[in-house]
Write a protein that binds this ligand. Structure first.
Ligand code: AMP
Ligand code: MG
Length: 422
């Protein structure tokens, strides 16, 4: 058996970030930057009003209330040449809306709530004195032109996309997402027929292929659009033949089933045959998800395909995905930090320490207490075949196998259900 960290570093050592591509900034959501970006313009690009109100000169307000002549109207929007020349003198004000450019000569804005407009709207009484610059958003006060906005490995979140667009960056250079195919293996598997209603009959010895939709969904949560490749029987030639087809199209093929020590475990054999020295069949010191087959194959033209053979037991497949496939995919997408952060939680009741040399990943539900701390409750069923423990689990509690303690009161949790945090 090898340690989890050794197995993870072996996998990660074979993963390279994808090719660099250019995208429109607005269509780049979920990608990771491969190059940094700087602001192309000042943001805001011009001095503008933070309020609906009146733009005027602060020096005119040494005595308030004071009346002003309203000499114009400034709405947000492109200014005509004549509008651009609008300026005010002492004793004059311009009615102005939020986001509209401050007219020449004005240095502050009185909000509408502190002004009384005459009936004909030609005069306004300002009730309060103002500081120079009050309610004015200065050009460049958010970002000066040339400021570094983001660097390689940063994820294009909705907020970052907005920042880049506001700073006039029309295109971004990012790492491409890998093309991923998801294939199940096992002669016992049948597909829940799409569109069927009512009860679906299983033949003797058959089970529904639940790993495939789960793994497709887990990849979807990473922002990828994987292809569903269906399933193959436990037949070495069939498994090899299918992988050989898939390697032409895909950067990553995620398989489940057929990697332990059973008579029909063909994925392990196929990966070892196809990958040679770049193929690994590992027994990882974790529970669940001990077996993992992994490898990379290179075509004559240099194209590399990563092959993952996850264990077939559904909970093992989910845990193995979390610990190996997820970080590998994120590294290939160019993420700076491919491993998930954990949060600390107390168990509702202390657990017996595993003491079997394996790190246990206990499925837990989480609740957040008023004092800000988290409490973890293990799912009732912790068997690697028992999906009832997975369906509503929020995360995996890491219980180290080398602890000297008899019981564990708290643990680091990998929060796999992003909705837990809101
Ligand atoms: P294996 O890793 O092929 O030995 O499979 C271990 C267990 O997981 C067996 O009980 C399989 O029937 C089950 N299993 C394998 N693949 C799937 C799948 N795609 N969906 C649900 N269960 C599976
Ligand atoms: Mg099998």
């Amino acid at each position: 058996m090898i340690s989890l960290s050794k197995a993870q570093s072996t996998v990660m050592s074979l993963v390279e970030p994808g090719a660099e591509i250019e995208l429109d900034t607005a269509s780049s959501l979920g990608h990771y930057l491969s190059r940094g970006l700087v602001a192309q313009i000042d943001v805001p690009p011009f001095d503008n009003s933070a309020m609906d109100g009146y733009a005027l000169r602060s020096e005119d307000l040494s005595q308030v209330p004071r009346d002003f002549d309203v000499v114009g109207l400034r709405l947000a929007g492109r200014l005509s040449g004549r509008d651009q020349r609008l300026s005010i003198n002492s004793g004059q004000a311009v009615r102005i809306m939020t986001g509209a450019p401050i007219p020449v000569g004005a240095d502050c804005v009185c909000m509408v709530e502190q002004a009384m407009t005459s009936q004909d709207a030609n005069r306004v009484t300002i009730l309060k004195s103002l500081r120079p610059g009050e309610n004015v958003r200065k050009q460049g006060d958010d970002l000066a032109r040339g400021t570094t906005l983001a660097g390689p490995g940063d994820r294009l979140s909705p907020g970052l996309v907005a920042l880049l667009v506001s700073a006039g960056c029309p295109r971004v250079t990012v790492f491409s997402h890998p093309r991923v195919g998801v294939l199940s293996t096992g002669s016992e598997l049948v597909e829940l027929p799409p569109g069927s209603s009512g009860q679906v009959q299983l033949g003797a010895g058959e089970i529904f292929d639940s790993n495939r939709p789960m793994i497709m969904g887990l990849l979807g949560e990473l922002g990828l659009s994987p292809d569903d490749i269906g399933h193959v029987r436990d037949d070495l030639d069939e498994v090899i033949g299918r992988i050989n087809q898939l390697r032409e199209t895909y950067d990553v093929v995620v398989m489940s089933g057929g990697v332990s020590v059973g008579d029909a475990d063909m994925v392990k054999a196929a990966i070892s045959k196809l990958c040679g020295n770049s193929g690994y069949s590992m027994q990882v010191a974790i529970r669940p998800a001990k077996p993992l087959a992994f490898g990379s194959i290179q075509d004559d033209d240099g194209k590399t395909t990563l092959l993952f053979g996850l264990p077939g037991n559904p909970v093992s497949a989910a845990v193995s995905f979390e610990l190996f496939v997820r970080p590998a995919i994120l590294k290939s997408c160019g993420a700076r930090q491919p491993f998930r952060n954990s949060l600390r939680a107390r168990f509702a009741e202390a657990l017996a320490s595993p003491k079997d040399g394996k790190d246990h990943f206990i499925r837990v539900q989480l609740s957040h207490l008023d004092d800000g701390s988290w409490v973890a409750r293990p799912s009732d069923k912790q068997g690697s075949h028992q999906l009832s423990g997975l369906g509503f689990c929020d995360g995996l509690a890491i219980c180290p196998g080398d602890s000297n303690e008899e019981v564990i009161n708290e643990a680091d949790i990998l929060v796999t259900n992003p909705r837990v945090l809101g």
